[in-house]
Design a protein around this ligand. Structure first.
Ligand code: ADP
Ligand code: MG
Length: 327
């Protein structure tokens, strides 16, 4: 067993190393400055052409990680290598051409798009921002192509977001992310606000696009069932840290937290869908984390050692685990 991952490989489109981001806030009562670490020494590989899943409960740092990976947010420390380039060392001017190659898809795609924009305007906006000149005819062809690719009827091009269903809006979000022909998509809970049957359609579309365009995905979700259904590898986060990496969706989880998460299940067939069961126990205060394992207070397996000693992430073959008493 060795410490988790340090080597680099051309098979990986993205390599994240010891990525850390802290936030400070002032305590309202005493005016004292407090710091919490939303993403804490996260290292992970994103292999080319594959879907790497990141899963964890709300507040564990998934969206912060997404923004750090695309350098929409500056890290406190650590690196992100994209296709061999250390993004964290690039000047802002070098980020613009790189941004074409990596895009973010949000849970609510229109939160980042002006509601007064028609679909056509929304889809052409990324090209306009990058300063790519298009004739009227080219623009129409581009819009038509992006809409057809994402299963939207091109006749909807003049429509506005309020005229669209949730699923259609997310298709626009995906089409917009594809406008600059990226190689890498970070998908931050892209189906979380959709009905289960629509979720399945969007996941099907993402899979088709990945195969057709040879895309690489970092797919973020709070739903381990969905991640197991869709992803090739699974990274489990708890309070800012990676606690387990499953090399395949069929690998049996060994961390008690991953086991507990397995109850939240994605089932495309609503008839067979199990209810999402909430994990029991309080999530500790991120501003005041315990000394040992952050999961100890909620863990049925925890011992004095867990409460005293932080478990490092240790690699065992392709499986990585941070637990003193794995199942
Ligand atoms: N800009 C910010 N300022 C202060 N705290 C933040 C900021 N962004 C995120 N956080 C905190 O970081 C933690 C992780 O948030 P987030 O990355 O959004 O988690 P997730 O996406 O997993 O729900 C949360 O406790 C959140 O309150
Ligand atoms: Mg989030």
């Amino acid at each position: 067993m060795t410490e988790a991952p340090s080597t680099r490989s051309a098979d990986n489109l993205v390599e994240i190393r010891a990525l850390t981001r802290s936030f400070s806030s002032r305590n309202q009562l005493f005016g004292k400055k407090r710091t919490m670490t939303a993403v804490n020494a996260v290292s992970l590989d994103v292999p080319r052409g594959k879907v790497t899943g990141v899963v964890g409960e709300s507040g564990c740092g998934k969206s912060t990680l997404a923004r750090l990976v695309l350098r929409l947010l500056e890290p406190s420390s650590g690196q992100v290598h994209f296709d061999g380039i250390d993004l964290t060392r690039q000047p802002a001017s070098a980020m613009r051409p790189l941004r074409q190659r990596m895009q973010l898809v949000f849970q609510d795609p229109y939160s980042s798009i002006d509601p007064r924009y028609s679909i056509r305007t929304a889809l052409l906006e990324p090209l306009r921002i990058q300063g790519l000149p298009l004739s009227e005819a080219e623009a129409s062809r581009t819009v038509e192509r992006l809409m057809a690719m994402t299963g939207l009827n091109p006749s909807l091009a003049p429509s506005y977001p309020h005229q669209l269903s949730g699923g259609q809006k997310q298709r626009v979000g995906i089409a917009r992310a594809l406008a600059l022909q990226p190689a890498f998509l970070v998908l931050d809970e892209p189906t979380a606000s959709l009905d289960v049957s629509i979720q399945a359609q969007i996941v099907g579309l993402l899979e088709k696009l990945r195969q057709g365009l040879g895309l690489t995905y970092l797919f973020i979700s709070h739903d381990l069932g969905l991640v197991r259904y869709f992803c090739d590898r699974i990274v489990v986060m708890y309070l800012g840290r990676v606690v387990e990496v499953l090399p395949t969706p069929r690998t049996p989880p060994r961390h008690p937290y991953t086991r507990a998460l397995m109850d939240s299940t994605f089932e495309p067939d609503p008839q067979r869908r199990r209810a999402i069961t909430r994990l029991s126990g309080e999530i500790p205060d991120a501003f005041d984390l315990p000394r040992g394992c952050a999961y100890a207070a909620r863990c049925p397996q925890s011992t004095d050692r867990c409460r005293a000693e932080h478990p490092p992430l240790v690699q065992d073959g392709d499986h990585a685990l941070a637990c003193h008493h794995p199942v």
